[in-house]
Write a protein that binds this ligand. Structure first.
Ligand code: FES
Ligand code: FES
Length: 172
């Protein structure tokens, strides 16, 4: 089968690979790029453990061909921490939003997309937003609490004044 070169940006880094047309994005990320934080739970688009962001949109990488992601910006769980844990990662830790952790990377990526769409979601909106991501351990209560905690912190960070010096007052 002829391979095809794809060029992507993954977690801010330019990457390229020769892929077979049938290769799934999740296998490109895990097997070619070594980004094994993106999990495979079902391979049939039901569980959401393979969720990543593709050009800012939530995508189940087990149902997307790698060639379809050519030219796209991909963000995976490995791209979330920036020196410190991302507020979502910290909140899942603080609120005990995980047990075995298998669903967690996909859950955090989905929550990241959700909070990008709606920075102040209600509990019902959070539950609806993560309804495509299955967790067999937690019962979801602490996951919802974690997303609420992160939402509050991200809103506070967005509202905080920046360190940029103020414009000098015009002379009168
Ligand atoms: Fe992709 Fe389950 S592995 S949705
Ligand atoms: Fe185990 Fe969610 S923490 S599947």
């Amino acid at each position: 089968m002829t391979s095809q070169k794809v060029h992507l940006t993954v977690n801010g880094e330019a990457r390229e690979a020769d892929v077979e047309p049938r290769l799934l994005l999740v296998h490109l990320l895990r097997d070619v790029f070594g980004l094994t934080g993106t999990h495979i739970g079902c391979d049939t688009s039901h569980c959401g453990s393979c969720t990543v962001l593709v050009d800012g949109e939530s995508a189940k990488s087990c149902t997307m061909l790698a060639v379809s992601a050519d030219g796209c910006e991909i963000k995976t769980i490995e791209g979330m921490a920036d020196g410190a844990l991302h507020p979502l990662q910290q909140a899942f830790w603080d609120q005990h939003g995980l047990q075995c952790g298998f669903c967690t990377p996909g859950m955090i990526m989905q929550a990241s997309w959700l909070l990008g769409q709606n920075p102040d979601p209600s509990e019902a909106e959070i539950r609806e937003g993560i309804s495509g991501n299955l967790c067999r351990c937690t019962g979801y209560v602490n996951i919802v609490k974690a997303i609420q905690q992160a939402a509050g912190e991200l809103r506070a960070a967005a509202a905080a004044p920046t360190d940029a010096p103020a414009e000098p007052a015009a002379a009168s």
